[in-house]
Design a protein around this ligand. Structure first.
Ligand code: 5GP
Length: 199
């Protein structure tokens, strides 16, 4: 084995990066920027029972399925983790992660705190957990308002869930505050770089 190959053998491959944070914090934007500049990362496409938004593509943003199909998957233990969020189901399928690993890439997951807790308890995976936080609750509320289309009840519910999620930051490995997009992207890239250099 060449020295270079032996160095590679010291490093982990197929590192799981789990990104969690309250809805409205800018997770999708930050993750999209990071994915653009990093070919080794592969976005893990979740299954969901929620309705597709107009700009979303089935099989790219999510695999959109009905409740029956989702429950079938659950019964067959085909999800690595899953959660019910605002009345809809979301889950990461084992097949999706296997696909990414077969490509020799690092799974990049956008999941909620409940899903993150399931992965933490699963000895078969050893992810890097990153929490993306808003600079303040007021700023989070402003961002949710800017997205529009939320009724006051839904908004209040999202803010309540956000407060609960923020209280779970100590369970994570890294905390990135999204005050400025460019800085948050750089910090996430720094985390990824450092984790890949670990022996
Ligand atoms: P949205 O409906 O806005 O796309 O996502 C709502 C929430 O579901 C976000 O917090 C997102 O991180 C979470 N989510 C998306 N996919 C999954 C998944 O596969 N598992 C879990 N546990 N949460 C997910």
């Amino acid at each position: 084995m060449s020295l270079k190959d032996s160095y590679e053998s010291y490093r982990k491959n197929g590192i799981f990066f789990v990104i969690t944070g309250p809805s409205g914090v800018g997770k999708t934007t930050i993750m999209d920027h990071t994915l653009e500049s990093d070919e080794r990362l592969a976005y893990s496409i979740s299954h969901t029972t929620r309705d597709r938004r107009p700009e979303e593509v089935d099989g790219e943003d999510y695999y959109f399925v009905d409740r029956e199909e989702f429950e079938g998957f659950r019964k067959e233990d085909r999800f690595l983790e899953w959660a019910e969020i605002y009345g809809d189901y979301y889950g990461t399928s084992r097949e999706e992660i296997d696909r990414i690993k077969r490509e020799g890439r690092d799974p990049f997951l956008d999941i909620d705190v409940q899903g993150a807790a399931q992965l933490r308890a699963d000895p078969s995976v050893n992810p890097v957990f990153v929490f993306l936080a808003p600079p303040s609750l007021e700023e989070l509320e402003r961002r949710i308002d800017n997205r529009g289309a939320e009724s006051p009840e839904v908004k209040e519910k999202r803010m309540g869930v956000a407060r609960e999620e923020l209280s779970r930051i100590p369970e994570f490995d890294y905390l990135i505050v999204n005050e400025k997009l460019k800085r948050a992207v750089e910090e996430l890239e720094a985390v990824i770089k450092a984790e890949r250099l670990k022996v």
